[in-house]
Design a protein around this ligand. Structure first.
Ligand code: ADP
Ligand code: ASP
Ligand code: MG
Length: 441
């Protein structure tokens, strides 16, 4: 029997009706053994995700304000699911534990994790499966990264003893013994960890779209679905903003060679996207670009200095200043007399004066120019390695759309080209690139 690990995202478990759909999917196949659940997501466009409600509730408690009403609203989200489905589950005592925690000394990650914890307990009770708390078997190291091997051993041993189980997504235990979460959207990572530990044949990731689309559906109307994509391409696209999948979810399954199948809980009949270790070159199917993704929120720090190319160690010193401020860089496009470093705007904002002063003092540039409104767009495709003229096509599409290119970087893997544009041009640029690579004959 093929075994499957499944992860259901927030919108797939947002209310009782979505719970029923998820349960039908899980129970329709006896190999669907291990399920990872997210916290209840949005039930409609203007709704609030439970995870966001939990963070807001934590903020109130941490600043000494009254959190009771906020906590009551969270309890209501869960009790409406549990009551409607007739699940026997003592929510009252769970919420009194959380209330006491908030009173005695709230911890942000612990609070955020309660959405996954409670939703998974509810789902396990509804399905009649065991519940597994990842606090006992998913571990982070001192640096705050997943301790992959320790986790795989501990979780593997627990799963061995279970027939079918629900594992809470999004968190584990930190090196200090406290609950620690992944970054937002991290239940995708938990799903991949469970798939690897269970030695599953497939990792099904159930969400609210019928797979990975070739562009962000919130910006491009009806982008084409991607039927098959390699791990490498997926990682490039998800890192660059294709938020359907967490960028780190690839690692645990790639190690084990387990394919990921992204599926739609609301349209289980659709086959979705297959993410596979290797994909045949697209050189002969005519599809050069697999997908386009991007995001706003970057800044560029541009340093100009005559004869910069002759100054040994200049680049290393510039990057060292930025690294010492705890800011990591995304790209470093450079010319003969200029060098730019593209960084995340939020990280940069907090360290801006320190970085700029250090650059002035130790590098004495002729000019130091900061631009805080850059959007990055990645055009990704294995087929690009075999085709000439992709860059030319990309640049002329942006020129036709009157978009000014602020930065260009062709990834050394040759499967992506990244351009930086003004944030104001982001939507226009994305649509122009989509039209060129997916609609033009
Ligand atoms: P879940 O709660 O199931 O984890 P997410 O909201 O994290 O779901 O991810 C699904 C959403 O990702 C979609 O509803 C869509 O709006 C967004 N998205 C952004 N880029 C893409 C893309 N390239 N393909 C599919 N969905 C995308
Ligand atoms: N509930 C968490 C979040 O909203 C994790 C997840 O959904 O994957 O980020
Ligand atoms: Mg998600």
């Amino acid at each position: 029997m093929n075994t499957t690990a499944l992860k259901f995202g927030g919108s797939s478990l947002a209310d009782a009706n979505q719970f029923r759909k998820a349960a039908d999917i899980i129970l329709s196949h006896e190999g669907r053994l291990f399920v990872v659940a997210s916290a209840p997501g949005k039930r409609s466009k203007d709704d609030t995700k439970v995870t966001d409600m939990l963070y807001a509730c934590y903020d109130l408690a941490a600043s000494g304000q009254d959190f009771r009403e906020a906590l009551g609203k969270i309890e209501l989200r869960f009790s409406s699911i549990s009551d409607e489905l007739g699940i026997k589950f003592d929510l009252k005592s769970e919420f009194s534990v959380i209330g006491k925690h908030l009173q005695d000394g709230p911890q942000r990650d612990y609070m955020a994790s309660r959405g996954e914890y409670l939703n998974s307990k509810l789902l396990a009770a509804f399905l009649g499966f065991d519940f597994i708390d990842p606090a006992s078997c998913i571990f982070f190291n001192e640096e705050g990264n997943l301790d992959a091997e320790r986790t795989n051993t501990a979780l593997g041993a627990i799963l061995k003893g279970k027939k079918r189980a629900v594992v809470a997504g999004f968190y584990g235990t930190g090196a200090d013994g406290n609950v620690r979460t992944f970054s937002r959207g991290g239940s995708d990572v938990t799903g991949a960890i469970v798939a690897r530990a269970a030695k599953a044949d497939v990792y099904e990731n159930w969400t609210d779209v019928s797979g990975m689309l070739s562009a962000d559906p919130r910006i491009v109307t009806n982008p084409e679905p991607i039927s098959e994509i390699s791990y490498k391409e997926l990682r490039e696209l998800s890192y660059m903003g294709a938020s359907v999948m967490h960028e780190d979810a690839v690692f645990p399954v790639r190690q084990a060679g387990i394919p990921i199948n992204i599926r739609n809980t609301n349209r289980p009949e659709d086959s979705g996207t297959w993410i596979v270790p290797h994909r045949k070159s697209t050189a002969d199917d005519g599809r050069v670009v697999t997908g386009i993704a991007g995001k706003k929120g970057f800044s560029s720090i541009r340093v100009e200095k005559a004869m910069l190319n002759n100054e040994v160690g200049f680049a290393a010193r510039l990057l060292d200043i930025i690294a010492s401020a705890g800011v990591s860089f995304e790209h470093v496009p450079s010319g003969i007399d200029t060098m730019s470093v593209i960084v995340d705007s939020e990280d940069f904002r907090a360290q801006r004066s320190r970085i700029l002063e250090d650059v002035q003092d130790s590098l004495s540039p002729d000019a130091l120019i900061v631009d805080t409104s850059i959007a990055l767009i990645a055009v990704v495709g294995l087929g690009m390695v075999y085709r000439k003229g992709v860059a030319a096509k990309l640049f002329s599409a942006l020129a036709r759309a009157d978009v000014n290119i602020r930065m260009i970087d062709q990834g050394s893997s040759e499967i992506n080209i990244i351009v930086g544009v003004d944030e104001a041009d982001y939507e226009k640029a994305l649509n122009a690139l989509y039209d060129t690579f997916f609609k033009a004959p």
